[in-house]
Design a protein around this ligand. Sequence first.
Ligand SMILES: C[S@@+](CC[C@H](N)C(=O)[O-])C[C@H]1O[C@@H](n2cnc3c(N)ncnc32)[C@H](O)[C@@H]1O
Length: 257
Amino acid sequence: MEKKLPGIIARIGDTKQEIKILSIGGGAGEIDLQILSKVQAQYPEVLINNEVVEPSAEQIAKYKELVAKTSNLENIKFTWHKETSSEYQNRVMEKKELQKWDFIHMIQMLYYVKDIPATLKFFHSLLGANAKILIILVSGTSGWNKLWEKYGSRLPHDDLCLYVTSSHLTQMLCNLGLKYECYDLLSTMDISDCFVDGNENGDLLMDFLTETCNFSTTAPPDLKAEILKDLQEPEFSVKKEGKVLFNNTLSFIVVEA
Ligand SMILES: C[S@@+](CC[C@H](N)C(=O)[O-])C[C@H]1O[C@@H](n2cnc3c(N)ncnc32)[C@H](O)[C@@H]1O
């Protein structure tokens, strides 16, 4: 993020008096504030209008708290919309309030969007001159992809969260005829505790990896044993200094106006 972002936002504010940023699924704002500080560094004199589309009231409250205790945000105007991306889309289309944006980001949130191609097409239509969309989600080369491909059908799964990776995303962008660049950012997650029987952190990590509540106590023993064995295999993890590090590679996809 630190290295990649300056290049990605390099021209978004050129010749502009105000930079308009739309954060989709901004959560509690930690990543958003990192992005904003990079935009401030690139364009120190320019006002920033940062609007956030986020359905969770709890996340919005945390975001507001973070903004309140962070300094150097004077040139940024924040607005929060408590809604999903499709509710935002419907609202602005109904009211014909289709404004253009300089930077739209969707970070670790497309898993929760039902119609991703329609969402991409809509938000792409809102890009102004030199504007970009940044999407971050797990890479098709990550352990997540292997886990979902191999075990997705055997894990309890609601339709709230999709097994979507950068490979699916880039295919969708190609189908839509949109220009994009995709970079992988190597990242790992220490899952060593998963292999310590009865370890509380390990149990929580297993819940996170399988998106299942209380996986360790409720999963069929054969499924649990197979997953625990596979998680130590090289397609899923690397072993380093006695630790098991899950392949959590993320992709940055930058879509051009
Ligand atoms: C994993 S968090 C990522 C938060 C933040 N972007 C980050 O990277 O730290 C996903 C966020 O997307 C939000 N979300 C879920 N469904 C959404 C939707 N349909 N439209 C917009 N945001 C959504 C969630 O409430 C949550 O805050």
